[in-house]
Ligand binder design. Structure first.
Ligand SMILES: [Zn+2]
Length: 217
């Protein structure tokens, strides 16, 4: 798109703050000063689930972030990844360090990817990876027809739902390596536990987890 096209587009659809949806007073900032000032420091907490090492999150999965994330995932706002990605990278740097051999992610199933048109965790991993100087590598494959964890209630039901959901694409990719595993939202930890379990079974030396947002317990 040329400069004129961009100007017309911004006139018709002015960029709004990705969290509060307010129009910026000046420029084309995607995050208003108020929301920027309210961003938390990256954090961690007690492990949820098992099979992996540490976890880190950029934000709590609640309020405006939750609504923003829904627009990202279901509302055609895939470009939010460009803003979320650096937040995720910051959480990695501050909570987990950068001593990893491989950046990977928890994929959605091929069927869901076809329907949605993109894989949100891959987008996040790609944008976080730019800030970390790492290219995400696909190491997992998800079975079709696994019910979404967001529609499965309770830690035990979530654990059961996701059991056997992943396969390692190529054990040679992960054997002996320290992995940084990206997912979008951490809730009970069942999904990242299962993903880590198969990665460790395939020979990964360690798996640490970074998510955009963690649901309050
Ligand atoms: Zn805002």
């Amino acid at each position: 798109m040329n400069a004129f096209g961009r100007a017309v587009k911004e006139l018709l659809w002015p960029p709004r703050c990705i969290l509060c949806r307010r129009l910026p007073e000046t420029g084309a900032e995607r995050l208003c000063p108020g929301c920027r000032a309210g961003l938390p420091e990256p954090f961690s907490g007690p492990r949820r689930g098992s099979g992996y090492g540490r976890w880190a999150a950029a934000l709590w999965y609640e309020g405006r972030l939750r609504e923003s994330f829904h627009r990202f995932k279901f509302g055609g706002c895939g470009f939010y990844a460009e803003i979320y990605g650096p937040w995720l990278a910051e959480a990695v740097r501050k909570q987990l360090g950068t001593d990893f051999d491989l950046l990977t992610y928890v994929p959605i199933s091929p069927l869901r990817r076809r329907r949605r048109g993109f894989d949100q965790s891959l987008l996040l991993a790609r944008e976080a990876g730019k800030a970390l100087g790492m290219e995400p590598v696909r190491t997992l494959k998800k079975r079709n027809l696994v019910k979404p964890q967001s529609r499965t209630l309770g830690p035990q039901a979530r654990q059961k739902n996701v059991r056997g959901a992943f396969r390692v694409t190529d054990p040679d990719l992960v054997r002996g390596r320290r992995l940084l595993l990206i997912d979008d939202v951490l809730t009970s930890g069942a999904t990242v536990s299962e993903a880590s379990r198969v990665l460790r079974a395939a020979g990964a030396r360690s798996v640490d987890v970074a998510v955009l947002a963690a649901a309050p317990k």
